[in-house]
Design a protein around this ligand. Structure first.
Ligand code: NFA
Length: 101
């Protein structure tokens, strides 16, 4: 009969940590047309016309606006793709990422 009073030496630690999240931030500039910013937000972040227009306007008025929150890889990829879409048209449009508190 096995001795069921013997305890394991180490306790299994359930490891289900949440990944750190990153904000994608839209930065205002004086040159990128509003319509173009809205188009990029819709295409890259799957926003509706309404959502995209609100985010664009907030960045326009306040300087920056949080677009969305993702894991690091996805935030980086989306920020890069959206910034590149502006660059391809000669616009200084910029998306950056920032870790969530
Ligand atoms: N400020 C830009 C304009 O007046 C629009 C814009 C908004 C650009 C948000 C970048 C980010 N055409």
């Amino acid at each position: 009969m096995p001795d069921s009073t013997i305890k394991p030496q180490t306790k299994a630690k359930p490891k289900v940590e949440r990944p750190k999240l990153y904000k994608v931030i839209l930065v205002n500039d004086d040159y990128t047309p509003r319509e173009f910013v809205v188009r990029v937000l819709k295409a890259e972040f799957r926003m509706s016309e309404d959502q995209a227009a609100k985010v664009m306007l907030t960045a326009h008025q306040r300087g920056v606006c949080v677009v969305a929150v993702f894991t690091r890889d996805i935030a980086e990829t989306k920020a890069t793709r959206a910034t590149d879409a502006g660059r391809a048209k000669g616009y200084p449009l910029l998306f950056t990422i920032e870790p969530e508190e």
